[in-house]
Design a protein around this ligand. Structure first.
Ligand SMILES: [Zn+2]
Length: 310
């Protein structure tokens, strides 16, 4: 529709009128898990959703992200928490061809309706000042303009160049996350987890309790004497106690393992999603990049948010 030159507002209205489900509502309708729990009927297509979609080359084959919605009651837009973005991996054949995608990008640029006013967090690597963002041209360090013969003078760079470099680096990092996650997950699948151990300990416990019971029966039947019984009963009690302790430890580990697995799966899914991005979106800057330091030779140093997570 964007190709046909129809405005995003018309497209969005059309989608909403025809009751076409938003990506999140669609997933929910298929009975698949989403982080959002309710209020699916309130989900609406917004122009932002459309921009996000058409500006994302990912749609030439893979996924959907939902970053804002219109509230049916208030009619206002609201930003959706990152955790609620929607990923629909491997769902479909390409929605748009590369040619169609390029045509729409050109049209958006021509109409000059790029929705992004995001200021990339660029800082001077020498003095630490945030780089000035002129309407046109390179970002630069103001100190370099105001103070002569400082290294800051050479600190200038195109935002697009930084974005490209950051995206490349980000993809490497995401790839590492995916690699690590699949390693851990396959280990879990192989059952090198506490689940199998719990089963083993549980059956040992049943066996020990059974043996203790039989010991008492043997005493009743006078097959063993009282002294023998007391000694061996104490042994069984000790063993049962130890098994019970082991079992409760294993259960605690099992719970945290499960929690951990969920987290890893989420991380993995997220990394896979962002790896498919063809450009840095505002949200990606926000989520992954703390700041970028720029040095005089156009060298940059990226400070990631990843580093805080550890
Ligand atoms: Zn500077």
């Amino acid at each position: 529709m964007m190709l046909a030159g129809i405005s995003p507002t018309v497209i969005v209205k059309n989608f909403n009128d025809r009751g076409i489900l938003t990506p999140l509502a669609y997933i929910h309708s298929k009975g698949r898990h989403t982080i959002r729990k309710d209020g699916f009927e309130k989900l609406y297509w917004s122009t932002k959703t459309i921009y996000d979609i058409v500006q994302n080359e990912t749609y030439t084959g893979a996924v959907v992200s939902l970053k804002s919605m219109v509230d049916r009651q208030t009619g206002g837009h609201h930003k959706i928490d990152r955790s609620e973005w929607v990923v629909v991996p491997g769902m479909h054949e390409p929605i748009v061809s590369k040619e169609e995608y390029d045509t729409v990008q050109k049209r958006i640029t021509k109409r000059n309706i790029s929705p992004s006013k995001y200021s990339i967090p660029l800082y001077c690597g020498i003095c630490g000042k945030k780089l000035v963002r002129p309407k046109r041209g390179d970002r630069y360090c103001q100190r370099g303009k105001l103070v002569k013969n400082t290294e800051c003078e050479g600190v200038k760079i195109k935002e697009s160049d930084v974005a490209e470099a950051v995206l490349n680096e980000l993809k490497k990092r995401l790839q590492d996350i995916v690699k690590e996650a699949s390693k851990v997950l396959s280990k879990m699948d192989k059952g090198i987890s506490s689940k199998s151990q719990i089963k083993a300990v549980e059956s040992s416990l049943v066996a020990a309790e059974q043996a203790k019971k039989m010991l008492f029966e043997r005493l009743v039947d006078r097959m063993i004497d009282r002294e023998d019984f007391i000694r061996r009963k104490a042994e069984y009690d000790k063993e049962i106690e130890a098994l019970k302790n082991e079992l409760s430890d294993l259960k605690i580990i099992g719970e945290s393992e499960e929690e951990c697995e969920v987290k890893i799966r989420e991380k993995n899914e997220e990394a896979n999603f962002f790896m498919g991005m063809s450009k840095m979106t505002d949200e990606m800057w926000d989520r992954f990049v703390k700041k970028v330091l720029v040095f005089s030779d156009k060298r940059i140093e990226i400070v990631w948010n990843f580093d805080d997570e550890k």
